[in-house]
Design a binder for this molecule. Structure first.
Ligand code: 5RP
Length: 295
């Protein structure tokens, strides 16, 4: 058993078990319980949801381990937590307390602008963000067991999540239509290892699950991302910045499950109360964009 614990197969398999589900950002035990009861497949423990990180500014770091442990004790579903990009000691701390999954996330303030964490050194699986195929494959080459397209977190605006998912899917289709010999130049242009590019051609998808994140605020948003090819969704601000988080969380779970059934999506979208207000991405400066942090 020891031999396979922490193996690529086990770590990627854990991510696959979350397929088709919603992973919700939570900042307290109370929110974690709401998420679990609403049908989330996992929760992401963090100090502040992305909309508040964006609004309050300052340096955003890994959550207090005491908060993470309290959430782990309160729910039976897997618990994830975020570390700053490149901050391998925050990752060591989370692994030490027995976290189920680590998100090396651009939502927190990067600790290293050049290097991501060497995720092969950890037994715990990692999820990382990507805006395109090259970025996704670089993170997988570093040991990520799950990818999420980045979107623009904390905006309640789906436009960047759509852009990034379409980009990844388009680039995969392009590779599928290439000959073997063309893959070498493509790998160079993507900045990704040739072995992974070949694997994408063979599989017709990423070798790990790819969820959508950043800006999902309604059941229809979640279903849109699923129809565009996401394996599942992450939702943070859209739920806990709305007037009725419990009802919205349940509706987003239903819409993710029945993403290709507009009648169900219509039904669960009724009377959800006030939505998160949201931000026009064009009003953000380059410095305010989280998606561009470390590629
Ligand atoms: O980083 C994340 C995924 O790991 C966040 O959960 C996600 O991006 C949340 O964004 P939003 O608050 O816009 O839903």
């Amino acid at each position: 058993m020891e031999e396979i614990f922490g193996s690529v197969k086990v770590k990627r398999g854990l991510a696959q078990m979350l397929k088709g589900g919603v992973i919700m950002d939570v900042t307290s035990v109370e929110q974690a319980k709401i998420a679990e009861e609403a049908g989330a497949v996992a929760v992401m423990a963090l100090e502040k949801i992305p909309a508040d990180i964006r609004a309050q500014g300052g340096v955003a770091r890994m959550a207090d381990p005491a908060l993470v442990k309290a959430i782990m004790n309160a729910v039976s579903i897997p618990v994830m937590a975020k570390v700053r990009i490149g901050h391998f000691v925050e990752a060591q701390v989370l692994e030490a307390i027995g976290i189920d999954f680590i998100d090396e996330s651009e939502v927190l303030t990067p600790a290293d602008e050049t290097h991501h964490i060497d995720k092969w050194k950890f037994k715990v699986p990692f999820v990382c963000g990507a805006r395109n195929l090259g970025e996704a494959l670089r993170r997988i080459a570093e040991g990520a067991s799950m990818i999420r397209t980045k979107g623009e977190p904390g905006t309640g605006n789906i436009v960047e999540a759509v852009r990034h998912m379409r980009m990844v899917m388009d680039e995969i289709r392009k590779i599928q239509n290439m000959s073997e010999e063309e893959l070498y130049v493509e790998a160079k242009e993507l900045g990704a290892p040739i072995e992974l590019v070949k694997e994408v051609k063979e599989l017709g998808r990423l070798p790990v699950v790819n969820f959508a994140a950043g800006g999902i605020a309604t059941p229809a948003d979640a279903a849109l991302m699923m129809q565009l090819g996401a394996d599942g969704v992450f939702v943070g601000s859209g739920i806990f910045k709305s007037s009725n988080p419990r009802k919205r969380a349940e509706a987003i779970v239903a819409a993710t499950t029945y993403f290709d059934d507009p009648k169900i999506i219509a039904k669960v979208s009724e009377e959800l109360g006030e939505e998160m207000r949201g931000i026009d991405i064009r009003k953000l400066t380059e410095d305010e964009l989280m998606q561009v942090r470390s590629e």
